[in-house]
Ligand binder design. Structure first.
Ligand code: AMP
Ligand code: MG
Length: 331
């Protein structure tokens, strides 16, 4: 196996069998691919179908579901349910939809698992950054915002299904988990419709259903220094892969990169890695953990992934080194 091609054994058990089966799998049908912009990023669906019209309608359904989730959870849309929650929950408990309530609870589960490296209340300081206009907070504003960063200060009441912020200045942002959630919802639509082989992608989050008609999908992990180069290719089937990188939303100032993944302990961008890629069964898990590993850095990040046991990771360090979790390490 070449240096840039690692087998992910956990997610690729039937590779050889599938290659043998490929010759007989010549059923008629075609791959359909469509992409569009949703959630401020490029989203794509590719699926195998023998009914073109039905396949295209399913792709539209997946994009419609992603738009619905964006309308619910975007912090850029003042009328979204999440924006209305942020505007009011610092003063009194706010009733939320079951869907949003569950996702916020899931996000807090990841805060516990990562000891606060993943924390949706990071937004209490995160909202002070604007990467497009190169805006960042000074140390006094960071200190004020940091006082409101703590997932333990989210008060859930399951009965009335309300959420309250214990500090008035708190905010939450689901940007580290919502795309993965949307990808899972898209895959579920395709599965229910009987699709066997498909790929759904939203920015850095991808989930693969089945395989590529007898072969695994080859998913590339980008070289953080060159968007046209691939640092690594991973063969995958029935798996999700998410990459968090410091090249998605950023600006450079005085030789320092300010980007969208914030360390909840410092209120500053996390800088111990250039990218973190996680492979998991669901896209939500891969998404939440890729952001988490990015914040945790190489040692603690890989350690967490090895402890969890059901996931794998590869990270790119600032020096350009690739480090792998146990399941991805060469035999
Ligand atoms: P991703 O590209 O999946 O790593 O997600 C990055 C996004 O997650 C950012 O744009 C923020 O919306 C959000 N985010 C940034 N830092 C954190 C953090 N420490 N915990 C949870 N979400 C975060
Ligand atoms: Mg993520």
């Amino acid at each position: 196996m070449s240096e840039t091609e690692r087998g992910c054994r956990r997610f690729l058990t039937a590779f050889t069998l599938l290659l043998v089966g490929a010759a007989s799998a010549q059923a008629h049908g075609e791959w359909l691919f469509r992409e569009t912009a949703i959630m401020g990023t490029r989203c794509a669906v590719e699926l195998w179908t023998d009914d073109r019209a039905h396949g295209l309608a399913l792709i539209d359904d997946v994009f419609a579901e992603m738009r619905r989730i964006d309308a619910l959870m975007s912090t850029y849309k003042p009328e979204s349910e999440l924006s209305r929650l942020n505007a009011r929950a610092g003063r009194r408990p706010v009733q939320v939809s079951a869907e949003l309530f569950d996702l916020i609870e899931t996000a807090v589960d990841y805060s516990r698992v990562t000891h606060g490296a993943f924390d949706i209340t990071y937004a209490s300081v995160g909202y002070l950054y604007d990467f497009r206009s190169h805006k960042r907070p000074g140390s006094a504003a960071i200190a004020t915002g940091l006082a409101n960063v703590d997932y333990r200060k989210l008060k859930f009441s399951a009965g009335p299904r309300t959420l309250a912020f214990m500090n008035p200045g708190m905010r939450i942002d689901l940007g580290g988990i919502a795309k993965g959630y949307a990808v899972d919802r898209g895959i579920a639509i395709l599965q229910r419709a009987g699709v066997k082989d498909a790929m759904v992608n939203a920015g850095g989050d991808t989930r693969i259903l089945g395989d590529r008609r007898g072969q695994p999908w080859m998913v590339g992990v980008r070289d953080p220094n060159d968007r046209d180069k691939v640092a690594l290719r991973i063969p995958l089937e029935n798996a999700s892969i998410s990459t968090s990188g410091d090249y998605e939303r950023f600006f450079d100032e005085g030789g320092v990169r300010y980007h969208h993944i914030i360390d909840p302990k410092t209120g500053d961008s996390a800088r111990a890695l250039r990218s973190a890629t996680v492979i998991a069964t669901t896209s939500l898990r891969a998404d939440a953990l890729s952001t988490s590993v990015f914040v945790l850095g190489p040692e603690r990040g890989i350690e967490l992934i090895n402890e969890l046991g059901d996931v794998d990771a590869v990270v790119v360090t600032p020096e350009g080194k690739l480090l792998y979790s146990n399941g991805l390490a060469p035999p």
